[in-house]
Design a protein around this ligand. Structure first.
Ligand code: NAP
Length: 264
């Protein structure tokens, strides 16, 4: 056992596998107590037992289906009332394959509920609670497809563009409150998400696929470095800075009283 001083409690959604399970381990190693959330209670209990023994932290398991509003509401209430929670990892998500025209829209509504609505409701509750406390961290897991929607499923990509946009706005809103906000944009990462969404990941070139441990370690390094947006595989941070700068070049001309001459 290797206990370090508690950093408060990290609420991790989607902690039963993949990226969320790795974050839970890394956050425990950093001294966070944990509130682990997902649907598969057996997997959560198994992870919790291991983390308690290996890191000497408190770990609570909360079974929730985050496509169900009553389960999401319970989690929001917990975020608003439990002042020990100091970090929200908005990670639970599902992917999808196929064309928008052929989509099973009931299934896609559940994707939007999980990837968009739940992320938003939890971020709102955390923002209120953390700002009141003058501290806290909100990490939202987006995806690089937020930047390249033509390369992947339309609804999934749009859901991740939403997460990026939400994080950027929230960061501006929380300026000066002491609350940290980060969007993480993983590229292809080796987890169960591919199999779960019926995508054959074996066709993806190996040099494009990162192990989840490496992805999470890079994301936490980005958090430590104070990044708002972390793209774990991007070799040169100046490329992202140039992208952001291009947006600021547009800014003064995005809303004017007259249409541009080329439209007249
Ligand atoms: N892997 C990639 O290539 C990649 C790339 C970019 C972004 N991401 C994002 O990373 C995040 C984590 O994905 P992952 O790759 O780690 O996938 P994963 O291994 O499939 O894990 C997804 C997690 O979300 C939970 N979850 C799914 N549906 C849920 C529901 N209705 N209610 C509560 N929890 C639910 C799952 O737990 P239960 O099944 O136990 O509920 C699981 O713990 C997602 O937001 C994903 O979009 C992944």
């Amino acid at each position: 056992m290797n206990a370090v001083q508690s950093q408060g409690t990290a609420l991790v959604t989607g902690a039963s596998s993949g990226i969320g399970a790795i974050y839970a381990e890394r956050l425990a190693a950093r001294g966070f107590d944990l509130l682990l959330v997902a649907r598969d209670q057996d997997r959560l209990e198994a992870a919790a037992g291991k983390l308690r023994v290996e890191h000497g932290v408190q770990v609570e398991v909360l079974r929730a289906d985050l496509t169900q509003s009553e389960d999401v509401l319970k989690l929001e209430q917990r975020l608003r009332s439990d002042s020990s929670i100091s970090l929200l990892l908005n990670n639970a998500g599902v992917a999808a394959d196929g064309l928008l025209a052929n989509a099973d829209m009931d299934q896609m509504e559940r994707l939007i509920q999980l990837n968009v609505t739940t992320v938003t409701r939890l971020a709102s509750a955390a923002a209120a609670s953390f700002a009141k406390a003058g501290r806290g961290t909100i990490i939202n897991i987006a995806s690089v497809v937020a930047l390249f929607p033509e390369r992947f499923n339309a609804i999934y990509s749009a859901s991740k563009a939403y997460v990026l946009s939400l994080t950027q706005s929230l960061n501006a809103e929380l300026d000066g409150t002491g609350v940290r906000v980060q969007a993480v944009l993983p590229g292809v990462t080796r987890t169960e998400i591919w199999e779960r969404s019926g995508i054959d990941a074996s066709q993806i070139p190996a040099e494009m696929v990162m192990d989840a441990g490496e992805m999470v370690d890079a994301a936490l390094s980005g958090l430590d470095q104070g990044e708002l947006v972390t793209i774990p595989s991007l070799p040169d941070a100046a490329d992202w800075d140039a992208f952001v700068a291009a947006r600021h070049v547009l800014a003064p001309n995005l809303s004017k009283s007259k249409a541009a001459p080329r439209y007249k």
